[in-house]
Design a protein around this ligand. Structure first.
Ligand SMILES: NC(=O)c1ccc[n+]([C@@H]2O[C@H](COP(=O)([O-])OP(=O)(O)OC[C@H]3O[C@@H](n4cnc5c(N)ncnc54)[C@H](OP(=O)(O)O)[C@@H]3O)[C@@H](O)[C@H]2O)c1
Length: 250
């Protein structure tokens, strides 16, 4: 059975990816969405019987064997994997509850790694993996330290897998978006500094899928954010961290 798998598919960018993938790849047998809340997924699926909601807590490492079982039973051929779910705790490290920080690492880093580990064996020549990182993957971010560190993990993992899976013809891309209007948007907390422009999520999803199909390893949407990430690459991380940290205040 030819399928797409989208984590965080019940909300925000994930639900935009879901609709974009349904339009771009209408011949797939099913579109699996993975999320923690069943109701949200049912809402995103509407009455399309080809959308299969898979309730899963990506922070729970024991949940992945069940996903493997479901893929095996379905004789799955994963054509597209959008490894996208994530959480953010915007707070200074000392103020943030440890459980929230731990959950950020578990969902954003371990969860992404587990999903890849389970799904890659079900992928073949021409299959696509998109990892949703963030522009925060390019520099440490005082005020959002653990989230930024988790996204640096995603970017590094993705760029390495791009090379490792090339021989199998599996195309791996890291998507690094800037601000998007989703339930995750915390732009009100960033009180100082330059406000970041919001992205059109349909353009983000289409741009990432175009780039992945072309075999590119990375996609940063819009000129503005490409300049931001270039700035992060040109200067030492200690300098960019200091500058970016000025956007956060207690
Ligand atoms: N919004 C931005 O400005 C922005 C910028 C750069 C990068 N990103 C990245 O974009 C991706 C999508 O985020 P979004 O902005 O679309 O936010 P979102 O609407 O909150 O989507 C995140 C999704 O991840 C799911 N999720 C969270 N914890 C989970 C868990 N333990 N198990 C399973 N699913 C879980 C959420 O489910 P529930 O809602 O049911 O909890 C939700 O569906 C994330 O990786 C985020 O880091 C976002």
């Amino acid at each position: 059975m030819k399928i797409a798998v989208i984590t965080g598919g019940g909300s925000g960018l994930g639900s935009v990816f879901l609709n974009t993938i349904r339009q771009r790849y209408p011949d797939l047998d099913e579109y699996w969405i993975i999320d923690i809340q069943e109701e949200k997924m049912k809402e995103a699926a509407g009455d399309d019987k080809r959308i299969r909601p898979v309730v899963m807590n990506l922070a729970d490492s024991s949940a992945f064997s069940d996903l493997d079982k479901k893929l095996k039973e379905a004789d799955a051929d994963i054509r597209v994997l959008i490894n996208n779910a994530g959480v953010e705790t915007v707070a200074f490290f000392e103020d943030a509850p440890e459980q929230k920080l731990l959950n950020t690492v578990r969902v954003n880093a371990e969860g992404v790694m587990h999903i890849d580990k389970v799904c890659v064996p079900y992928m073949h020549e021409g299959s696509i993996i998109i990892h949703t990182a963030s522009i925060y993957a390019f520099s440490p971010v005082p005020g959002d330290a653990v989230y930024a560190a988790s996204k640096a993990f995603v970017r590094s993992l993705s760029l390495a897998l791009h090379e490792e899976l090339k021989d199998k013809g599996i195309k791996v891309l890291v998507l690094s978006p800037g601000s998007m209007r989703t339930p995750m948007d915390r732009s009100d907390i960033r009180k100082k500094g330059i406000s970041m422009p919001f992205l059109d999520m349909k353009e983000v999803a289409d741009g990432a899928l175009d780039a992945a199909e072309q075999g590119k390893e990375s996609f940063v949407p819009t000129f503005y954010y490409r300049m931001y990430t270039l700035w992060c690459k040109l200067f030492p991380s200690s300098y960019t961290a200091r500058k970016i940290g000025k956007n956060y205040q207690k």
